[in-house]
Design a binder for this molecule. Structure first.
Ligand code: NAD
Length: 539
């Protein structure tokens, strides 16, 4: 392995980007001055990976597993990514949801090492300068949160940093983007979490949140500073409070290279699952009636993309909206309600303000999508009613973490007598119904953002129009094989994540070139180009 940095001895072992630890060969140990610094045995990366997995499996709690993996990432980046990629099904719930939720809650307690970048109101006027402190110059993907609405857990302030860190690990593992191009950012403008404000260990900016004009001005300075410092970088907005998420997306979506994963990423992964479900249920997507439970950023983002998908199938915007219904905490979203947010208005139809179960009976949806953050909302009665109306009811319980899921996989399959086409936001164990094993599906945004991101940075996209997410959803659906469908899956196997991301990236990049939104010259063969640039953590 060539070490171009000129580093020797412990410097080599302490550099996470080049260390192979016990896998350094005899010759490498000789030439890099490592003799005596390592035990005698020379292990392969495979052996090291087995050791890592054995250690992880011995840990009693998921948070300990996370801490162990995080420390490995600091010591030996290649081994970390190789282990994550080869054990993605087992480790995704550790490095991302649901464990990352707990990690964020305890971020200030378990803090070990500097990962990511923090911006606070005290940096006003200096953001461009301090971005220069980041050790990498060629930043291509930024994931930023202000921590105000972390997963379904509320305002976690600077502790939300676990989210950008986790998402960027998945850009690397799932999309093959080199770690040096990734930058996690916490836009730490304070917190409304009184518990944290009174906690001496809390690491964030210990003030109440910056709000209104001051907040948006600081955010704008950040956006402009990124444009200057890292001109072609993609900014992924993550876990902002719903009204802010919409305001930010509206302001910047067609101005800079950015997207909001909670709105657009979720939309694409859910639509991808719904398009796939049509292959199983036999009911064409364009003939669907969809009822959402929850009318926040996630559900509305999905519906907005579905409008595009319906229109793509030949429906008018008005016809498309009529296929999409919402129940929120106060019942069916209907005209005349005075408690609706602006994003609810296009979906507020003329109807009675029915509770969920009555809404199902009246509207007869074939697809029920939960994004409410309210665990257990899909009761036995709800699922049985859906099953009475539909031969194969589509039931997606997307809320995270697991405790907030609208129903479990076991409930969906049991109450529907094995008929449900089910996907969830958090992972569930496979389920055996009447002797048949059904493989559960997690509608994880990880199926979408690495592929979209890879296409965006490769094409040096000017911005990402909604069409990109429609293309990504269709590509995702097309990746599911007939074998996978017969196992009950709604999404392709996670072990195929790189392949799936690449297929999405090719489709999205094609779209960006077709729409004239790419600044980079088009590679002759996009697929080969992506394979060529892919980060391979194998030693
Ligand atoms: P949000 O706070 O913006 O919206 C929540 C909505 O749910 C509101 O409209 C609220 O009125 C409604 N609601 C609350 N309790 C309800 C109840 N008992 N019955 C009916 N409606 C109820 O939140 P969000 O950003 O839209 O996220 C919602 C959930 O979706 C979260 O749990 C989040 O983890 C999940 N999510 C999942 C994915 C994914 O699976 N890929 C992605 C993003 C968000």
């Amino acid at each position: 392995m060539p070490i171009k940095s000129g580093k020797r001895g412990v410097e080599v072992l302490r550099d996470r980007t080049i260390s192979k630890s016990t896998a350094f060969t005899k010759e490498e140990r000789e030439s890099f001055g490592l003799r005596g610094l390592l035990p005698y045995a020379i292990g392969s990366q495979e052996t090291q990976m087995n050791r890592v997995m054995a250690n992880i499996r011995r840990k009693e709690s998921d948070i300990e597993k996370y801490i162990f993996l995080s420390a490995l990432q600091d010591r030996n980046e290649k081994l970390y990514y190789k282990t994550v990629m080869e054990n993605i099904k087992e480790l995704l719930p550790i490095i991302y949801t649901p464990t990352v939720g707990q990690v964020c809650k305890e971020f200030s307690q378990i803090y070990r090492n500097d990962k990511g970048f923090f911006i606070t109101p005290e940096d006003k006027g200096d953001i461009f300068d301090i971005l220069g402190n980041w050790p990498e110059e060629d930043v291509k993907v930024i994931v930023v949160t202000d921590g105000e609405r972390i997963l379904g857990l509320g305002d976690l302030g600077a502790n939300g940093m676990g989210i950008p860190i986790g998402k960027l690990s998945l850009y690397v593992a799932g999309g093959g983007i080199h770690p040096k191009h990734c930058m996690p950012i916490m836009f730490d403008v304070g917190t409304g979490n009184e518990e944290y404000l009174n906690d001496l260990l809390y690491l964030g900016y210990p003030h109440h949140r910056l709000k209104g004009e001051a907040y948006f001005d600081l955010l704008d300075e950040f956006i402009q500073a990124v444009q200057k410092r890292f001109p072609d970088a993609l900014i992924q907005f993550e876990d902002f409070l719903t009204p802010n998420a919409y305001a930010i997306l509206k302001k910047y979506q067609h101005q800079i290279l950015c997207f909001n994963d909670d709105i657009q990423g979720t939309a694409a992964v859910a639509l991808g699952g719904v398009l796939t479900s049509a292959r199983v249920s036999g009911k064409a997507f364009k003939d669907s009636t969809i009822l959402f439970v929850g009318a926040g950023s996630a559900a509305t983002g999905i519906a907005d993309l579905m409008v595009k998908a319906f229109m793509d199938e030949g429906l008018t915007s008005e016809e498309a909206h009529k296929r999409l219904w919402f129940v929120d905490i106060n019942g069916l979203v209907v005209k005349g309600r005075n408690d609706l947010m602006s994003h609810n208005i296009p979906y507020a139809h003329e109807y009675d303000q029915l509770p969920l179960i009555e809404a199902i009976k009246a509207l007869k949806p074939n697809i029920l999508i939960g994004a409410s953050g309210a665990g257990g909302t899909f009761t036995q009665e709800v699922i049985e009613t859906m099953s009475a109306i539909n031969e194969r009811p589509v039931i997606f319980a997307l809320s995270n973490p697991t405790s907030k899921s609208e129903c479990t996989a076991a409930q969906a399959y049991t109450f529907s007598k094995g008929k449900a086409i089910f996907a969830s936001g958090s992972p569930f164990d496979n389920f055996v119904y009447e002797g048949r094993e059904i493989i559960t599906s997690q509608g994880n945004n990880v199926y979408i953002f690495p592929g979209v991101g890879l296409a965006a940075i490769t094409a040096k996209a000017k911005y990402l129009p909604d069409e990109v997410f429609l293309v990504a959803a269709k590509a995702l659906a097309s990746c599911v094989t007939e074998d996978e469908l017969s196992e009950g899956r709604v999404y392709g196997k996670l072990l195929r994540l790189r392949e799936i991301s690449h297929r999405i990236a090719v489709a999205v990049a094609e779209k960006l070139y077709e729409m004239g939104l790419a600044k980079a010259p088009k590679p002759a063969d996009l697929d080969a180009f992506f394979k060529e640039m892919e980060y391979d953590p194998t030693y």
